[in-house]
Design a protein around this ligand. Structure first.
Ligand SMILES: C[S@@+](CC[C@H](N)C(=O)[O-])C[C@H]1O[C@@H](n2cnc3c(N)ncnc32)[C@H](O)[C@@H]1O
Length: 395
């Protein structure tokens, strides 16, 4: 089976990776592979520690000997190496069960390992053992083909996505949500948010991305939503059919836009306090490096919800105009000041006895790279908390 969508940017090949890779005629810019971990025992249980827990991924994941696993990984990785451009990179994901074997094969094949990404799951399931720590991470090795040929790394964009700080190798992201499973389920589906970051980090628009164990084609969906071309291989037709349904789903521009927005959300993203102030008050706030809001409602209560600790910026504006963005001096922190304390700093608060006070670095404005579009909000005068990527970076 070979399936093409009309623009040829989503091509699927049914069959064993080894044979399909061998017959591939073109070279690709990047490979993402999520190979079998060989953990399933066939009787619906999986060995965790010295216990068997009911769980089976399917025939493709059946337990094999150490030698068999090494040979399997060596073979598909050497074929991937042949199909990768000299400047290309490969990402291989796994758990502690198989990732060391994969690393050994990569080294034996003379790939140059660049990073070992830790995908820290924000909502890990409970491990059924009391003899070890709970498993809450997966690992993704990133390697380039040639020791001496430089690879592409979208450093600036990744820094921007990480609020101006060099993106680290630990990524906290949730498992795939229901919104990613509307066309059906795959037992080991990867989150779109993970592939979004990987693809942005290591490819340019128009590049060709190959996934030799495509499953539900998460790689292909993220690739096409980001304007990259996709070639996927899987030996199970029902998974490729699922991949095609997912591709069909994003051929509707409204659905594609919604999925793109969710995929590009960073659940750990820094937040911005967006606050309206009259022009003369706005000027005074910038001079003092202080932004204040009434603390709570008329009865003086204040509710701080989880996630507030990620507040790192303040955006000041006057009715949606004259916007200024600054970094807070201390992320997630505010003081409670009385009306009198604010008056001592030259302010003239009228509405309450207590105020939340945010100190920001007024020596340097943060440039907007996206239109703030505050007038689209329902009530421009009300303070809001919005993700930083609404104002800088790409979503
Ligand atoms: C870990 S899953 C990949 C899941 C995928 N990343 C996703 O998000 O849906 C591995 C996939 O590899 C396929 N597979 C396993 N062994 C294979 C082989 N030798 N050739 C081709 N496909 C294989 C399985 O059918 C399965 O769908």
């Amino acid at each position: 089976m070979q399936q093409w969508n009309k623009d040829g940017d989503f091509r699927l090949f049914l069959g064993n990776s080894k044979e399909q890779l061998a017959s591939l005629t073109e070279k690709v810019d990047m490979i993402f592979a999520d190979p079998p971990y060989f953990l399933s025992t066939g009787n619906g249980t999986v060995k965790i520690g010295n216990r068997y827990v009911r769980f089976d991924k399917g025939k493709w994941d059946r337990v094999r000997s150490k030698e068999d696993i090494y040979n399997f990984n060596y073979e598909w990785l050497s074929l991937c190496r042949e199909k990768l451009k000299d400047s290309g990179t490969i990402w291989v994901s796994g758990t502690y069960h198989n990732i060391f074997q994969v690393a050994k094969c990569l080294i034996d094949l003379e790939f140059k390992i660049l990073n070992m990404i830790v995908w820290q799951k924000s909502d890990p399931p409970t491990t059924f053992t009391k003899q070890r720590f709970n498993f809450s991470a997966e690992y993704i090795i990133w390697a380039r083909k040639c020791e001496k040929v430089p690879h592409f790394f979208n450093y600036d964009l990744l820094e921007c996505m990480n609020n101006g700080v060099h993106m680290p190798d630990v990524w906290k992201l949730p498992a795939p949500g229901r919104w990613e499973k509307t066309c059906g389920k795959h037992p080991t589906q990867k989150p779109l948010r993970l592939l979004y970051r990987i693809i942005l980090a290591s490819t340019r628009e128009g590049d060709i991305i190959l996934d030799p164990f495509a499953g539900s084609c998460t790689t292909g969906i993220a690739a096409n939503l980001l304007g990259r071309k996709f070639v996927g291989i899987d030996q199970d037709e029902k998974y490729l059919q699922l991949g095609m349904r997912r591709r069909e789903e994003i051929s509707n521009p409204d659905v594609a836009q919604k999925i793109f927005e969710r995929m590009s959300e960073n659940p750990e993203e820094v937040q911005v306090i967006v606050n309206h102030a009259r022009p003369e008050l706005l000027k005074l706030m910038i001079e003092q490096g202080i932004c204040y809001l009434r603390a709570g409602d008329s009865k003086g209560s204040i509710l701080v919800t989880p996630g507030f600790e990620r507040t790192g910026y303040v955006l000041l504006h006057s009715g949606g105009q004259n916007c200024h963005l600054f970094k807070l001096k201390r992320k997630g922190c505010f003081q409670i000041w009385t009306k009198e304390t604010l008056e001592k700093h030259g302010f003239y608060p009228k509405h309450a006895l207590y105020y939340q006070v945010f100190h920001f670095d007024n020596s340097q404005e943060v440039p907007f790279t996206r239109e703030p579009r505050l007038l689209q909000g329902l009530n421009t005068y009300r303070s809001k908390i919005r993700p930083l990527s609404d104002f800088i970076g790409i979503r």
